[in-house]
Design a binder for this molecule. Structure first.
Ligand SMILES: [Zn+2]
Length: 449
Protein backbone atom coordinates (compact mmCIF):
# COMPACT_ATOMS: atom_id res chain seq x y z
CA UNK A 1 0.00 0.00 0.00
CA UNK A 2 3.03 2.31 -0.02
CA UNK A 3 2.08 3.86 -3.38
CA UNK A 4 -1.10 5.19 -1.75
CA UNK A 5 0.92 7.17 0.73
CA UNK A 6 3.09 8.55 -2.04
CA UNK A 7 -0.02 9.56 -3.93
CA UNK A 8 -1.42 11.30 -0.86
CA UNK A 9 1.78 13.23 -0.32
CA UNK A 10 1.89 14.21 -3.98
CA UNK A 11 -1.64 15.54 -3.94
CA UNK A 12 -0.95 17.47 -0.78
CA UNK A 13 1.37 19.69 -2.83
CA UNK A 14 -1.53 20.88 -5.04
CA UNK A 15 -2.98 24.25 -4.06
CA UNK A 16 -6.18 23.92 -2.06
CA UNK A 17 -9.18 25.30 -3.99
CA UNK A 18 -10.91 28.24 -2.34
CA UNK A 19 -14.65 27.66 -1.96
CA UNK A 20 -16.82 28.71 0.94
CA UNK A 21 -14.46 30.73 3.16
CA UNK A 22 -16.29 29.50 6.28
CA UNK A 23 -15.75 25.82 5.43
CA UNK A 24 -12.78 24.10 7.09
CA UNK A 25 -9.84 23.56 4.81
CA UNK A 26 -9.68 19.90 3.84
CA UNK A 27 -6.26 18.73 2.83
CA UNK A 28 -6.60 16.62 -0.33
CA UNK A 29 -5.61 12.99 -0.77
CA UNK A 30 -5.33 10.10 1.63
CA UNK A 31 -7.62 7.12 2.04
CA UNK A 32 -11.31 7.63 2.83
CA UNK A 33 -13.26 4.71 4.30
CA UNK A 34 -16.84 5.62 3.53
CA UNK A 35 -20.22 4.33 4.71
CA UNK A 36 -19.25 1.95 7.51
CA UNK A 37 -20.38 1.86 11.11
CA UNK A 38 -17.71 3.63 13.18
CA UNK A 39 -16.89 2.40 16.69
CA UNK A 40 -14.20 4.86 17.69
CA UNK A 41 -13.09 3.14 20.92
CA UNK A 42 -13.97 6.02 23.22
CA UNK A 43 -17.28 4.44 24.20
CA UNK A 44 -19.35 7.08 22.41
CA UNK A 45 -22.35 6.00 20.37
CA UNK A 46 -21.46 4.24 17.13
CA UNK A 47 -21.75 6.35 13.97
CA UNK A 48 -23.89 4.48 11.43
CA UNK A 49 -22.82 6.08 8.16
CA UNK A 50 -19.30 7.33 8.71
CA UNK A 51 -16.27 8.70 6.92
CA UNK A 52 -12.78 7.98 8.21
CA UNK A 53 -9.93 9.73 6.41
CA UNK A 54 -6.39 8.41 6.79
CA UNK A 55 -3.32 10.33 5.77
CA UNK A 56 0.38 9.82 6.54
CA UNK A 57 -0.33 6.97 8.95
CA UNK A 58 -2.82 8.86 11.06
CA UNK A 59 -6.55 9.50 11.24
CA UNK A 60 -7.02 12.88 9.54
CA UNK A 61 -10.75 13.01 10.36
CA UNK A 62 -13.50 10.66 11.49
CA UNK A 63 -17.21 11.15 11.96
CA UNK A 64 -20.60 11.10 10.30
CA UNK A 65 -20.76 11.41 6.53
CA UNK A 66 -22.65 14.69 6.90
CA UNK A 67 -19.91 16.27 8.99
CA UNK A 68 -16.80 14.68 7.53
CA UNK A 69 -15.87 15.72 3.99
CA UNK A 70 -14.09 13.27 1.72
CA UNK A 71 -10.93 15.07 0.55
CA UNK A 72 -10.38 15.73 -3.14
CA UNK A 73 -8.22 13.06 -4.69
CA UNK A 74 -8.64 10.63 -1.82
CA UNK A 75 -8.76 6.92 -2.55
CA UNK A 76 -12.37 6.21 -1.62
CA UNK A 77 -13.07 2.74 -0.23
CA UNK A 78 -16.73 1.77 0.21
CA UNK A 79 -17.15 0.04 3.56
CA UNK A 80 -20.96 0.12 3.66
CA UNK A 81 -22.27 -2.78 5.74
CA UNK A 82 -18.97 -3.10 7.56
CA UNK A 83 -17.81 -1.86 10.96
CA UNK A 84 -14.59 -0.01 11.77
CA UNK A 85 -13.00 -0.31 15.19
CA UNK A 86 -9.54 0.51 16.55
CA UNK A 87 -6.81 -2.11 16.37
CA UNK A 88 -6.85 -4.27 19.50
CA UNK A 89 -4.42 -3.71 22.38
CA UNK A 90 -3.32 -6.79 24.32
CA UNK A 91 -1.80 -5.83 27.68
CA UNK A 92 -0.66 -9.30 28.64
CA UNK A 93 1.40 -11.35 26.21
CA UNK A 94 4.60 -13.37 26.39
CA UNK A 95 6.58 -13.42 23.18
CA UNK A 96 8.98 -16.32 23.20
CA UNK A 97 11.96 -17.52 21.26
CA UNK A 98 14.19 -15.71 18.81
CA UNK A 99 13.44 -12.82 16.48
CA UNK A 100 12.13 -15.18 13.81
CA UNK A 101 9.63 -16.72 16.18
CA UNK A 102 8.54 -13.34 17.52
CA UNK A 103 8.02 -12.17 13.93
CA UNK A 104 5.75 -15.21 13.41
CA UNK A 105 3.75 -14.28 16.52
CA UNK A 106 3.53 -10.72 15.19
CA UNK A 107 2.01 -11.98 11.94
CA UNK A 108 -0.54 -14.02 13.90
CA UNK A 109 -1.44 -11.00 15.98
CA UNK A 110 -1.89 -8.74 12.98
CA UNK A 111 -3.94 -11.37 11.12
CA UNK A 112 -6.40 -11.10 14.01
CA UNK A 113 -6.34 -7.29 14.24
CA UNK A 114 -4.20 -7.05 17.38
CA UNK A 115 -2.05 -4.06 16.50
CA UNK A 116 -0.43 -3.57 19.92
CA UNK A 117 0.98 -6.03 22.44
CA UNK A 118 2.63 -5.63 25.81
CA UNK A 119 5.11 -8.39 26.59
CA UNK A 120 5.15 -8.66 30.29
CA UNK A 121 8.08 -10.31 32.00
CA UNK A 122 9.69 -13.04 29.91
CA UNK A 123 11.90 -11.16 27.43
CA UNK A 124 15.64 -11.67 27.11
CA UNK A 125 17.83 -8.65 26.26
CA UNK A 126 17.80 -9.82 22.61
CA UNK A 127 14.00 -10.02 22.60
CA UNK A 128 13.80 -6.56 24.20
CA UNK A 129 15.94 -5.12 21.39
CA UNK A 130 13.68 -6.69 18.75
CA UNK A 131 10.49 -5.49 20.46
CA UNK A 132 11.87 -1.95 20.70
CA UNK A 133 12.26 -1.96 16.91
CA UNK A 134 8.59 -2.85 16.59
CA UNK A 135 7.71 -0.17 19.11
CA UNK A 136 9.45 2.42 16.98
CA UNK A 137 6.95 1.73 14.18
CA UNK A 138 8.54 -0.79 11.86
CA UNK A 139 6.13 -1.36 8.93
CA UNK A 140 4.48 -4.77 8.97
CA UNK A 141 4.97 -5.17 12.71
CA UNK A 142 2.49 -4.49 15.48
CA UNK A 143 3.43 -1.93 18.11
CA UNK A 144 5.17 -3.71 20.97
CA UNK A 145 5.95 -2.81 24.56
CA UNK A 146 8.12 -4.85 26.90
CA UNK A 147 8.80 -5.35 30.59
CA UNK A 148 12.01 -7.26 29.89
CA UNK A 149 12.51 -9.91 32.56
CA UNK A 150 10.16 -9.74 35.53
CA UNK A 151 10.83 -10.02 39.24
CA UNK A 152 9.93 -12.76 41.70
CA UNK A 153 10.88 -14.22 45.07
CA UNK A 154 14.09 -16.32 44.80
CA UNK A 155 12.06 -19.49 45.38
CA UNK A 156 8.70 -18.13 44.34
CA UNK A 157 6.38 -18.09 41.38
CA UNK A 158 8.11 -18.14 38.04
CA UNK A 159 11.49 -17.39 39.63
CA UNK A 160 13.53 -19.57 37.28
CA UNK A 161 15.22 -17.44 34.66
CA UNK A 162 13.75 -14.26 36.10
CA UNK A 163 15.14 -11.51 38.29
CA UNK A 164 14.98 -12.89 41.82
CA UNK A 165 16.87 -10.45 44.06
CA UNK A 166 17.71 -11.33 47.67
CA UNK A 167 18.45 -7.82 48.95
CA UNK A 168 16.65 -4.57 48.15
CA UNK A 169 19.92 -3.09 46.86
CA UNK A 170 20.20 -5.99 44.44
CA UNK A 171 16.56 -5.46 43.47
CA UNK A 172 17.22 -1.81 42.66
CA UNK A 173 20.33 -2.67 40.65
CA UNK A 174 18.40 -5.26 38.62
CA UNK A 175 15.67 -2.69 37.90
CA UNK A 176 18.31 -0.26 36.63
CA UNK A 177 19.73 -3.01 34.40
CA UNK A 178 16.30 -3.61 32.84
CA UNK A 179 15.74 0.11 32.34
CA UNK A 180 19.16 0.41 30.68
CA UNK A 181 17.94 -2.10 28.07
CA UNK A 182 15.08 0.27 27.25
CA UNK A 183 12.13 -1.61 28.79
CA UNK A 184 8.89 0.33 29.28
CA UNK A 185 7.59 -1.60 32.29
CA UNK A 186 8.93 -3.42 35.36
CA UNK A 187 6.89 -6.54 36.12
CA UNK A 188 6.56 -8.35 39.47
CA UNK A 189 4.86 -11.61 40.30
CA UNK A 190 3.27 -10.99 43.69
CA UNK A 191 1.52 -14.24 44.23
CA UNK A 192 1.37 -16.76 47.05
CA UNK A 193 0.80 -19.84 44.89
CA UNK A 194 0.51 -23.05 46.84
CA UNK A 195 3.48 -22.55 49.15
CA UNK A 196 3.37 -19.85 51.82
CA UNK A 197 6.38 -17.66 52.53
CA UNK A 198 7.67 -17.60 48.97
CA UNK A 199 6.01 -14.34 48.01
CA UNK A 200 8.13 -11.35 47.03
CA UNK A 201 8.28 -9.28 50.26
CA UNK A 202 6.48 -5.94 50.75
CA UNK A 203 9.87 -4.24 51.32
CA UNK A 204 11.23 -5.63 48.07
CA UNK A 205 8.07 -4.62 46.17
CA UNK A 206 8.41 -1.06 47.49
CA UNK A 207 12.08 -0.88 46.46
CA UNK A 208 11.33 -2.19 42.96
CA UNK A 209 8.42 0.21 42.45
CA UNK A 210 10.43 3.17 43.70
CA UNK A 211 13.42 2.34 41.51
CA UNK A 212 11.22 1.76 38.46
CA UNK A 213 9.39 5.08 38.83
CA UNK A 214 12.62 6.97 39.59
CA UNK A 215 14.08 5.64 36.34
CA UNK A 216 11.03 6.33 34.19
CA UNK A 217 9.62 2.78 33.89
CA UNK A 218 6.05 1.85 34.79
CA UNK A 219 5.67 -0.81 37.50
CA UNK A 220 3.09 -3.53 36.98
CA UNK A 221 2.20 -6.52 39.16
CA UNK A 222 0.63 -9.93 38.85
CA UNK A 223 -1.54 -10.22 41.98
CA UNK A 224 -4.04 -12.61 43.45
CA UNK A 225 -5.16 -10.93 46.66
CA UNK A 226 -6.55 -7.68 48.01
CA UNK A 227 -3.91 -7.22 50.73
CA UNK A 228 -1.10 -7.29 48.19
CA UNK A 229 -2.96 -4.93 45.90
CA UNK A 230 -3.47 -2.40 48.69
CA UNK A 231 0.18 -2.44 49.66
CA UNK A 232 1.26 -2.10 46.03
CA UNK A 233 -1.08 0.86 45.49
CA UNK A 234 0.33 2.56 48.57
CA UNK A 235 3.83 2.02 47.21
CA UNK A 236 2.86 3.75 43.94
CA UNK A 237 1.85 0.94 41.57
CA UNK A 238 -1.16 1.55 39.33
CA UNK A 239 -1.28 -1.38 36.92
CA UNK A 240 -2.51 -4.83 37.95
CA UNK A 241 -2.64 -8.11 36.07
CA UNK A 242 -5.14 -10.84 37.04
CA UNK A 243 -7.70 -10.44 39.85
CA UNK A 244 -7.91 -10.52 43.63
CA UNK A 245 -9.68 -13.87 43.41
CA UNK A 246 -7.09 -15.70 41.32
CA UNK A 247 -6.34 -19.07 42.82
CA UNK A 248 -4.14 -21.76 41.38
CA UNK A 249 -4.56 -25.04 43.21
CA UNK A 250 -3.02 -28.31 42.08
CA UNK A 251 -5.97 -28.77 39.73
CA UNK A 252 -5.95 -25.16 38.62
CA UNK A 253 -8.24 -23.38 41.02
CA UNK A 254 -11.03 -23.48 43.53
CA UNK A 255 -13.57 -20.84 44.49
CA UNK A 256 -12.59 -18.56 47.36
CA UNK A 257 -14.83 -18.00 50.37
CA UNK A 258 -15.40 -14.28 49.96
CA UNK A 259 -14.80 -13.24 46.36
CA UNK A 260 -16.42 -9.80 46.45
CA UNK A 261 -13.95 -6.90 46.56
CA UNK A 262 -14.53 -4.79 49.65
CA UNK A 263 -16.00 -1.28 49.18
CA UNK A 264 -12.84 0.17 50.73
CA UNK A 265 -10.71 -1.62 48.18
CA UNK A 266 -12.84 -0.39 45.28
CA UNK A 267 -12.64 3.18 46.59
CA UNK A 268 -8.89 2.93 47.03
CA UNK A 269 -8.49 1.65 43.47
CA UNK A 270 -10.58 4.56 42.20
CA UNK A 271 -8.68 7.11 44.27
CA UNK A 272 -5.37 5.80 42.92
CA UNK A 273 -6.68 5.63 39.33
CA UNK A 274 -5.46 2.07 38.89
CA UNK A 275 -6.16 -0.22 35.95
CA UNK A 276 -6.83 -3.93 36.01
CA UNK A 277 -6.12 -6.44 33.27
CA UNK A 278 -7.92 -9.49 34.67
CA UNK A 279 -6.58 -12.09 32.19
CA UNK A 280 -9.42 -14.60 32.15
CA UNK A 281 -8.12 -16.79 29.30
CA UNK A 282 -5.19 -18.19 31.27
CA UNK A 283 -7.75 -19.85 33.54
CA UNK A 284 -10.67 -20.66 31.26
CA UNK A 285 -8.61 -21.94 28.33
CA UNK A 286 -7.59 -24.76 30.67
CA UNK A 287 -10.85 -26.42 29.64
CA UNK A 288 -12.48 -24.38 26.91
CA UNK A 289 -11.22 -26.54 24.04
CA UNK A 290 -12.22 -29.69 25.91
CA UNK A 291 -15.79 -28.40 25.99
CA UNK A 292 -15.64 -26.96 22.46
CA UNK A 293 -13.41 -29.17 20.32
CA UNK A 294 -15.28 -27.96 17.22
CA UNK A 295 -13.35 -24.68 17.52
CA UNK A 296 -10.23 -26.62 16.60
CA UNK A 297 -11.64 -27.20 13.10
CA UNK A 298 -10.83 -23.56 12.29
CA UNK A 299 -7.56 -23.50 10.29
CA UNK A 300 -6.72 -19.97 11.42
CA UNK A 301 -7.05 -20.90 15.09
CA UNK A 302 -4.98 -24.02 14.49
CA UNK A 303 -2.25 -21.89 12.92
CA UNK A 304 -2.31 -19.53 15.90
CA UNK A 305 -2.16 -22.30 18.49
CA UNK A 306 0.96 -23.54 20.24
CA UNK A 307 1.60 -26.84 18.38
CA UNK A 308 2.17 -28.93 21.53
CA UNK A 309 -0.96 -27.62 23.22
CA UNK A 310 -2.94 -28.12 20.02
CA UNK A 311 -1.84 -31.75 19.86
CA UNK A 312 -3.04 -32.26 23.43
CA UNK A 313 -6.47 -30.72 22.76
CA UNK A 314 -6.79 -32.74 19.56
CA UNK A 315 -6.57 -35.88 21.67
CA UNK A 316 -10.05 -36.98 22.85
CA UNK A 317 -8.49 -38.58 25.93
CA UNK A 318 -7.10 -35.22 27.10
CA UNK A 319 -10.45 -33.55 26.62
CA UNK A 320 -12.31 -36.27 28.46
CA UNK A 321 -9.85 -36.22 31.37
CA UNK A 322 -10.39 -32.47 31.79
CA UNK A 323 -14.17 -32.42 31.79
CA UNK A 324 -14.49 -35.54 33.92
CA UNK A 325 -11.93 -34.52 36.55
CA UNK A 326 -13.46 -34.36 40.05
CA UNK A 327 -12.49 -30.70 40.48
CA UNK A 328 -13.91 -29.54 37.15
CA UNK A 329 -16.99 -27.85 38.62
CA UNK A 330 -14.80 -26.17 41.25
CA UNK A 331 -12.56 -24.75 38.56
CA UNK A 332 -15.55 -23.35 36.73
CA UNK A 333 -16.99 -21.88 39.92
CA UNK A 334 -13.65 -20.17 40.63
CA UNK A 335 -13.65 -18.79 37.12
CA UNK A 336 -17.17 -17.42 37.56
CA UNK A 337 -15.84 -15.48 40.57
CA UNK A 338 -13.18 -13.94 38.33
CA UNK A 339 -15.79 -12.90 35.79
CA UNK A 340 -17.85 -11.38 38.62
CA UNK A 341 -14.74 -9.48 39.70
CA UNK A 342 -14.44 -7.98 36.20
CA UNK A 343 -18.07 -6.85 36.27
CA UNK A 344 -17.82 -5.48 39.83
CA UNK A 345 -14.71 -3.37 39.26
CA UNK A 346 -15.96 -2.18 35.86
CA UNK A 347 -19.29 -1.09 37.38
CA UNK A 348 -17.39 0.68 40.16
CA UNK A 349 -15.75 2.86 37.49
CA UNK A 350 -12.29 1.32 37.76
CA UNK A 351 -10.33 1.11 34.51
CA UNK A 352 -10.57 -2.39 33.06
CA UNK A 353 -8.23 -3.21 30.18
CA UNK A 354 -7.80 -6.46 28.30
CA UNK A 355 -4.95 -8.93 28.16
CA UNK A 356 -4.96 -12.69 28.01
CA UNK A 357 -1.51 -14.19 28.67
CA UNK A 358 -1.08 -15.00 24.98
CA UNK A 359 2.03 -17.07 24.51
CA UNK A 360 1.24 -19.41 27.39
CA UNK A 361 0.43 -22.88 26.10
CA UNK A 362 -3.36 -22.71 25.96
CA UNK A 363 -3.77 -19.05 24.95
CA UNK A 364 -3.25 -18.49 21.22
CA UNK A 365 -1.99 -15.13 20.00
CA UNK A 366 -4.54 -13.16 18.01
CA UNK A 367 -7.60 -15.39 18.35
CA UNK A 368 -7.28 -15.35 22.14
CA UNK A 369 -7.85 -11.60 22.28
CA UNK A 370 -11.29 -12.00 20.72
CA UNK A 371 -12.08 -14.85 23.08
CA UNK A 372 -11.12 -12.68 26.07
CA UNK A 373 -13.55 -10.01 24.82
CA UNK A 374 -16.26 -12.64 24.58
CA UNK A 375 -15.65 -13.61 28.20
CA UNK A 376 -15.97 -9.96 29.26
CA UNK A 377 -19.39 -9.89 27.64
CA UNK A 378 -20.30 -13.14 29.40
CA UNK A 379 -19.20 -11.42 32.60
CA UNK A 380 -21.82 -8.74 32.00
CA UNK A 381 -20.07 -5.98 30.07
CA UNK A 382 -21.73 -4.76 26.90
CA UNK A 383 -19.95 -5.46 23.61
CA UNK A 384 -19.14 -1.73 23.41
CA UNK A 385 -17.58 -1.82 26.90
CA UNK A 386 -15.53 -4.87 25.96
CA UNK A 387 -14.26 -3.10 22.84
CA UNK A 388 -13.30 0.01 24.82
CA UNK A 389 -11.42 -2.22 27.30
CA UNK A 390 -9.60 -3.90 24.39
CA UNK A 391 -8.64 -0.63 22.71
CA UNK A 392 -8.63 2.79 24.40
CA UNK A 393 -8.30 1.60 28.00
CA UNK A 394 -5.39 -0.64 27.12
CA UNK A 395 -3.68 2.06 25.10
CA UNK A 396 -4.01 4.47 28.02
CA UNK A 397 -1.79 2.23 30.18
CA UNK A 398 1.18 2.50 27.84
CA UNK A 399 3.83 5.11 28.61
CA UNK A 400 3.43 8.01 28.77
CA UNK A 401 0.43 6.72 30.77
CA UNK A 402 -2.83 8.41 29.82
CA UNK A 403 -1.42 10.10 26.71
CA UNK A 404 -1.69 7.42 24.04
CA UNK A 405 -1.80 8.60 20.43
CA UNK A 406 -3.42 5.30 19.39
CA UNK A 407 -6.28 3.09 20.57
CA UNK A 408 -9.14 5.27 19.30
CA UNK A 409 -10.29 6.31 15.84
CA UNK A 410 -10.18 10.06 16.35
CA UNK A 411 -8.50 12.81 14.36
CA UNK A 412 -4.77 12.87 15.06
CA UNK A 413 -4.50 9.29 16.34
CA UNK A 414 -2.39 6.60 14.67
CA UNK A 415 -4.34 4.74 11.98
CA UNK A 416 -4.36 1.25 13.50
CA UNK A 417 -7.78 -0.18 12.74
CA UNK A 418 -9.84 -3.23 11.91
CA UNK A 419 -12.61 -3.48 9.30
CA UNK A 420 -15.23 -6.08 10.24
CA UNK A 421 -17.76 -7.80 7.98
CA UNK A 422 -20.31 -8.11 10.78
CA UNK A 423 -21.53 -5.97 13.66
CA UNK A 424 -19.76 -6.69 16.98
CA UNK A 425 -22.39 -4.72 18.90
CA UNK A 426 -24.95 -7.35 17.86
CA UNK A 427 -22.63 -10.21 18.85
CA UNK A 428 -19.14 -9.68 20.25
CA UNK A 429 -17.94 -12.81 18.41
CA UNK A 430 -18.31 -10.79 15.22
CA UNK A 431 -14.97 -9.12 16.03
CA UNK A 432 -13.54 -12.31 14.49
CA UNK A 433 -15.27 -11.52 11.16
CA UNK A 434 -12.28 -9.52 9.94
CA UNK A 435 -12.23 -8.03 6.47
CA UNK A 436 -9.02 -6.01 6.68
CA UNK A 437 -6.50 -4.74 9.20
CA UNK A 438 -4.66 -1.43 8.97
CA UNK A 439 -1.46 -0.67 10.85
CA UNK A 440 0.21 2.76 10.66
CA UNK A 441 -2.17 3.73 7.85
CA UNK A 442 -1.25 0.77 5.63
CA UNK A 443 -3.26 -2.39 4.94
CA UNK A 444 -1.70 -5.43 6.53
CA UNK A 445 -0.99 -8.42 4.31
CA UNK A 446 -2.94 -10.92 6.44
CA UNK A 447 -1.13 -14.21 6.21
CA UNK A 448 -1.39 -17.15 8.53
CA UNK A 449 1.99 -18.07 9.96
ZN1 LIG B 1 1.59 -13.64 32.03
Amino acid sequence: MRPLRVMALGLALFPIACGDPAAPVVEPGGIALVGGQLIDGTGSEPVADSVVVIRDGRIASAGSRAETPVPAGAEVIDVAGKTLMPGLVNLHVHYRGDAENIARLFRTQLYYGVTTGRSIGSDSPEAVAFLLEANAGRPGFPRAYTAGLGFSHPNGFNAAGRNAPVTEEEGRELVRQQVALGVHFIKMWVTEMSEPGLQITPEMRTAIIDEAITNGAVPVAHIDGEAEARQLMEAGLRDFLHTTVLTFGPGGGAPVEDPTPSPEFLQMALDHNVAFTPTLSIVQNGWHFAEHPELLDDPALRAAFNPDALARWDDPATREAVVEAPDFEDRKAAFRQMQDFVKTIHDAGIQVALGNDAGTANVPFGWGMHHEMEMYVEAGLTPMQAIVAATATGAAQMPPVGQADFGTLEAGKVADLVVLNADPLADIRNTLEIDQVMRLGEWVARVLP
